[in-house]
Each structure stands twice: as structure tokens, then as C-alpha cells.
Design a protein around this ligand. Structure first.
Ligand SMILES: Nc1nc2c(ncn2[C@@H]2O[C@H](COP(=O)(O)OP(=O)(O)O)[C@@H](O)[C@H]2O)c(=O)[nH]1
Ligand SMILES: [Mg+2]
Length: 264
């Protein structure tokens, strides 16, 4: 996992037994609250928190810089976040196909390794840059800003950033985007908003993807909506399938709406 954003921070790991019996770690020879770090962990924990704050603070400064760049150019920016495989690249391809002959779209692709996704977008003649994050599990504002400048989008363009597939760390890193869009596929489970709340809490739009698979997955759409709104009552939700096209009109209308806002 990522050693940059602190997702390996031992102080955040919790063992929560669901029954009231004591597990071996809480036996009589070592009675203490597992939620409270051991005294020998105090010093390292404090250092990790400071490093994490520094990283996030630095990222925030670059995010603000990106926001200024995007604003000055009149560029609308989406940050697509989700688990791996929930359909981000397929959706980007479908948005491009539905955006007409001169779509005025450019794309930043984020993956740990490979240029596979960027190659898919390039096939559609759309300017694209791939960022490989190596051991890191999220995109950061500084590299996204560099990629955006290289892409050099024209006024009024839509810049789509496909973040690294991960439902946790990308939620911590503001990229300077206008809208964060979280994808939740019907193959993943309707309980994800409760298990990974920060991603749903920090997003503006939730796309329930792979709607065509509903008959096979047991995914309860109403439950997913309820869970997502519990975490973020302002979240907009659209149900769609990039394969059958259902719900895509609604998404394209939403995109049209936000692009008009930017051109005002
Ligand atoms: N049935 C179905 N499959 C989909 C849909 N969208 C994407 N997929 C498939 O899901 C897999 C992962 O899609 P991809 O777009 O690469 O996901 P990403 O990792 O989030 O970018 C691929 O095999 C896609 O063909 C959809 O709406 N319905
Ligand atoms: Mg992808």
C-alpha cells in the first residue's frame, strides 16, 4: 500500500470484536483499551501525523494553484474516483463518443503502472496524459497540474481526471477539480458508502454504474442510495450503464449544465 499518505499508519488500525468476549490481545495479562495507542507508539505516531499533515498541506497549495489555472482558462475539471474496475475508463470513452465531433475534452489517466487506459483514450483521438504513481495509490495536485499544463486545454474544455482505483486515499487529495465524481458499480455492493464514507462525503456526484448487471448481482439500488445520502445528503446520484447506454442521457445533461456554468 501507499507509504505517502499514511494509509499504513498503525495508529488508525482498529480491532473491533463484534461480540463481547475478549480476544487474545485483550487478555488479562495486557489489559488496555485497543483504541488507545500503546505508550511505546506515542512518539512514532506523532511524527507520522505531522508528516501526513505536511503532505496534505503541500498538496492543498498545489490544488489551489491548479484551481487558479483552471479558472483562468475556463476549464471544467472532473475527478473520477472509485474502486478499480468500476467502469471509469469505459465511462470516459462513452462520454467522449457522445460528445460530438469536436468534443473539446482532454484526459489525465492515473494508474499505478502501465499506459493501458491512456492508450484506450488515445484511440478516440483525444489528448491524454498517463500518470503512473508507482507505490502511491492516489493522484496528487502537483503532478496533475504539470500534466494539465502539458495538455494545454483550450478555453471551455472539459478536463477529465481518472484517479487511481482506490476508494480511500484519493478522497484526501484535492486536485483543484470542480467536481468529484464517485463511481459505485452494481458488482461492488450497496454497503460501500458506509464502509468508505470519506469518498462519498467529499464527492458531488455518485454514479451507480453497470446498471445492466443488476439482475445478477443482488445489489439493492435503494439501499445504496440511502447509504450514500446518509453519508452525504447533498450527493447527486445517477444510475447508468456505459454498455447499454441507460442513464447516459442524464449524465450528459448534467455535464452540459456544468459546462454552461463555466462559460458564464
Ligand atoms: N456490464 C458492464 N460492464 C462494464 C460497464 N462499464 C465497464 N464495464 C466493464 O468493467 C471492466 C472494467 O472497466 P474499466 O472501465 O476498465 O474500469 P476502471 O478500472 O474503473 O477504469 C471492463 O471489463 C469493462 O468492460 C457497464 O456499464 N456494464
Ligand atoms: Mg481505468
Amino acid at each position: 500500500m501507499c507509504d505517502v499518505c499514511g494509509c499504513g499508519n498503525p495508529s488508525e488500525t482498529r480491532i473491533i470484536p463484534l461480540d463481547h468476549t475478549h480476544g487474545p490481545e485483550q487478555g488479562p495479562h495486557h489489559p488496555h483499551d485497543l483504541h488507545h495507542p500503546h505508550s511505546h507508539l506515542h512518539e512514532p505516531v506523532r511524527r507520522e501525523v505531522i508528516i501526513e499533515q505536511d503532505i496534505l498541506h503541500k498538496n492543498q497549495l498545489f490544488a489551489e494553484r491548479n484551481r487558479g489555472f483552471f479558472e483562468a482558462r475556463g476549464i471544467m475539471v472532473l475527478n473520477l474516483v472509485s474502486s478499480p474496475g468500476s467502469g471509469k475508463t469505459t465511462l470516459v470513452e462513452e462520454i467522449i463518443r457522445r460528445s460530438g465531433k469536436s468534443p473539446n475534452i482532454c484526459v489525465v489517466e492515473g494508474d499505478q503502472q502501465s499506459t493501458l487506459d491512456a492508450e484506450r483514450i488515445k484511440m478516440l483521438n483525444i489528448p491524454v496524459i498517463q500518470i503512473n504513481t508507482g507505490s502511491s495509490c492516489h493522484l496528487e495536485a502537483e503532478t496533475v497540474g504539470q500534466a494539465a499544463k502539458q495538455l494545454n486545454p483550450i478555453k471551455g474544455a472539459l478536463l477529465i481526471i481518472e484517479n487511481v482505483g482506490n476508494l480511500m486515499c484519493p478522497s484526501l487529495f484535492d486536485l483543484g477539480e470542480n467536481y468529484r465524481v464517485v463511481l459505485l458499480s452494481t458488482a461492488e455492493g450497496d454497503d460501500k458508502p458506509l464502509k468508505y464514507p470519506s469518498m462519498f462525503h467529499t464527492s458531488h456526484l455518485c454514479l451507480i454504474t453497470k446498471n445492466d448487471l443488476l439482475p445478477y448481482t443482488g445489489f439493492d439500488v435503494e439501499k445504496a442510495r440511502k447509504n450514500a445520502l446518509l453519508v452525504n445528503p447533498n450527493l447527486q446520484i445517477i444510475q447508468l450503464s456505459s454498455i447499454t447506454g441507460e442513464g447516459m442521457d442524464m449524465l450528459m445533461q448534467w455535464l452540459e449544465g456544468i459546462r454552461k456554468q463555466r462559460c458564464k
